[in-house]
Design a protein around this ligand. Sequence first.
Ligand code: GLN
Length: 183
Amino acid sequence: MVIGVLALQGAVSEHCRALDSLQVRSKEVRNLDDIIGVDGLIMPGGESTTLRKLLKNTGLWKFIMESELPILGTCAGAILLGKSNDETFQKMDFTVDRNYYGRQIDSFEEILEIENYPNFRGVFIRAPAITDVGISKPIAYCNGEIVGCTDGKNMALTFHPELTSDSYFHEMWLRNIYERSER
Ligand code: GLN
């Protein structure tokens, strides 16, 4: 299994390190040649408007839109997976509010509420909120609010799991796509 990490912006090497720690091969994706043959794609955080522009310029937007590739989106990557007033891939059934936390609390860390998994520290950087979840399943909460969800193939996290050493969410996503490919 090879996982592509979108390398146009954001914490690319940190995601690769998380995959390394799980003994999964990673590949940086910058153009259409890079994305051929990957089994899944991580879309890191950054700035969703910039990310959208770069994805369109490289032709990756159209490729991803039309592909069935499993995607893990973190922060800006999660925005692009959900529904928003801005243009997104809309691959998952939830709505995002980009600037939910406002400027006062730009960034913060908090222990998340996760079923049967204590002490995961969520790092939030100008995080969006997941406001309306349809058929996706919530998998993480912060102070009672949904900060992560999955539909099995795709996973959206409003925090940055690559900035802590715990690869819990990377592993969950990989396990989900591996199980799907076995079926
Ligand atoms: N607020 C950013 C956006 O709107 C996302 C921030 C992040 O990815 N850390 O795209």
